[in-house]
Each structure stands twice: as structure tokens, then as C-alpha cells.
Design a protein around this ligand. Sequence first.
Ligand code: XMP
Length: 326
Amino acid sequence: DWNSESVIETQVAAIRAQVGRGRVICGLSGGVDSAVAAAIVHKAVGDQLVCVFVDHGLLRQDERRQVEEDYVKATGIRLVTVDVREQFLNALAGVSDPETKRKIIGREFIRTFEQAERDLMAEAAADGEPIKFLVQGTLYPDVVESGGGTGTANIKSHHNVGGLPEDLQFELVEPLRALFKDEVRAIGRELGLPHEIVGRQPFPGPGLGIRIVGEITQERLDLLREADAIVRHELTAAGLDDEIWQCPVVLLADVRSVGVMGDGRTYGHPIVLRPVSSEDAMTADWTRLPYDLLAKISNRITNEVAGVNRVVLDVTSKPPGTIEWE
Ligand code: XMP
């Protein structure tokens, strides 16, 4: 007989017993797992916890604000935001190969997080309590997957925000290790976290960087962010958030096609919609969205997003397609 209140109580007690008076650090990704994990730890040990949020410029519209304002307001958590948008753009300049992008993003992310840690450790050491613990939003399926040894082929190098190199001397705090995603959401709601965060669909660590097919530039990121925000808004307005697993929106930055607007010719980029239904992201099917909704999304994107003159729908299951395009 599962109830979120008693899970929270049990975890709060366990965390207090584990960390004592020690300091704790947590990387927030904007996603539900790290947000809920940090909120439980904060409930247990208050300001012994400090959270780090890295803005690498590959986030979706409004994500940073939701973490910095809504989430902090709901929890009272102490948050440090590191703005490395320019550093990431520079590191990614001229790169279009998907795996190279993933490696660069992973490397820069770890570098950034380690620097933030060093800064916070120096600060903590100065007032006598070193940071000894690191919070991770590991869920039960992650535990099974990494310990199962089923030898799944490595299709893409996954990068998890908050994933850290092994040489770091932290003891892990993992309050969600026994839980499934829907249970984590229930706990998030119980803790009063913002709806936008608790209900958020999966979003990959490398963010919009792997949804631009081609080189990543500021202009392309801004364009994709705009299109993505329209799609998310319309899916939510149509009440379809629970029906779809996630809906990547992809910019084909190296493709152009001819279009017409008013009495002029356009030569713009296509946007791909990739709505999928899935249980666990290992397999997926493309979601049969209502035609009227697709029409509305297409009209809005082509009218509102400068540089886009075509919207296409990905009708591939996984396998053979993966959910993300890169
Ligand atoms: P694919 O594209 O492999 O995606 O079918 C499966 C699920 O994983 C997400 N994804 C990632 N999540 N770091 C993450 O945390 C990553 O590097 C990453 N790559 C893909 C993807 O959004 C989908 O939910």
C-alpha cells in the first residue's frame, strides 16, 4: 500500500541519518527526477543542501526561469546558476557530427559542474563544514538497467546532467532509488513542486543541441526554441500531455526548401515533429495526433517562426528510428 507521504517521511529520516551535519550538493537539470530528489533532501537537511543549475544555452524556453523562480519559491532551496551559454556555443562551433556534439556537451558539462563544486567547496571549507554528499535522482529502472548487465548495444552515448566522473570524492544520496517515474511525480506533487516541473516530459541531457541536425548556432537555437514552445503549448492546450511520452521538435538546419509567402518566394528550413508514445523509451510508436491539431501547429510555426517554411511529421516507430534524431 503505497503512499507518497510515508515514502517522503521514510526518506527524510534516512537522509538525516546518512548525512548528519554534512553539506550536500545537487545538480538540477530542470527535469522531474533531480528536482524531486533535491526537494526531499532539502526537506530533510534544509540549507545544508546547495543546488547547481547549469544554463548551457541548450535549454527550452522558460526552463531556467521555472527553476530559478518557481522551483526555488516552492522549495526555498539555495540555488547557484552557472551561465555558460557562450562557452558551450564556442565549444560546439562548427560541429555537426552527432556523437561529437554529445561528447563535447558531456565534457563541457562536467567541467562546468566541477568548477562550481570547487567554488562551493572552497566556500564551505572556509566555514568549517566540507561538502561530502552528492544527490542523484536515480530511479529504480536506472538501477536495474545499469546493474542488469543485459549487454544492450551502445547506440548513442547518453549524457545525463548531473552524471559525474568517478574520481569525485562524494558519497551519493539517492532518495528515489526504489521508485518509478509516476511515483516520483506523485511525491513531487505532494511536496508542492511546480506543475511544469513535476509534469515535464523526458528531455535529453544534451538538450536542443541534438535536435539541430547540423551545426549549432545561437540563431538556430533561438529558432528551434520558438518552434518547440509552440508545440508544447498546443499539445498541452489539447490535453494530450498524458497521452504522449514526449515530442521532440527537430530543426533540419542543413536542409532548405522553396516556399511561398504573400507574393514572395521563401527558402527556409523544415521543422520535424516527432511525437511518440512509449512505456520506457526502449521502444516507441509515433503518436497519431489529431489532424486538426497538426494543422494548427503547422500554421503557427510557419507563420510565427522566421526562417521556417515547412513542418513535417516523423511517422517512424522505434526501432528502427530512435526517438531523438541524433
Ligand atoms: P533515443 O533517441 O535513444 O532516446 O531513442 C531514448 C530516450 O532517452 C532520451 N535521451 C537522453 N536522455 N541523456 C538523457 O538524459 C541523453 O544523452 C539522451 N539521449 C536521448 C530521449 O529523449 C528519449 O527519452
